[in-house]
Design a protein around this ligand. Sequence first.
Ligand code: NAD
Length: 134
Amino acid sequence: MAGMLEGKTALITGAGRGIGRAAALLFSAEGARVAVADQMAEGAAETVALINKAGGQALAITADVTKPGEVASMVSAAVSAFGRLDCAFNNAGIAGYQVGGAGKKTAEWPEEAFDRMIAVNLKGVWLCMRAELE
Ligand SMILES: NC(=O)c1ccc[n+]([C@@H]2O[C@H](COP(=O)([O-])OP(=O)(O)OC[C@H]3O[C@@H](n4cnc5c(N)ncnc54)[C@H](O)[C@@H]3O)[C@@H](O)[C@H]2O)c1
């Protein structure tokens, strides 16, 4: 790798699997120390184990991005561990099928499903950005 992120730190949400995990491994391979955040503690720990095995440095953080207190603690934990925060990838998100919307037309969606999508995919990203920018 090119060492593009040498000396940098990164926080990635939803990094317990999927795209977030792949990004965490790539950020680490580029030299970043990575805060691996997810609401699933086990997934975050597995990602950290993969990074450590590859010779990188990472920290697992359990946090739900819809909860402002957990988001604040997540960012504090990353800054405490690494002394700074340079990059963030606010990747945690859900798809329609995860809230019972699979195959449903717009007018058929339950209101609670719509609210949950907005809470995670929109407000969750803003809550993270607000804390990270501070
Ligand atoms: N995979 C695709 O084809 C695709 C396409 C378009 C958009 N996306 C979006 O990209 C992102 C990642 O996709 P993926 O396929 O890796 O998804 P995924 O479901 O495999 O992984 C998402 C991760 O986010 C975590 N997460 C979900 N809600 C959370 C919350 N409230 N707080 C903290 N963590 C939470 C989950 O625990 C999971 O580890 C999602 O936002 C998804 O909607 C994915």
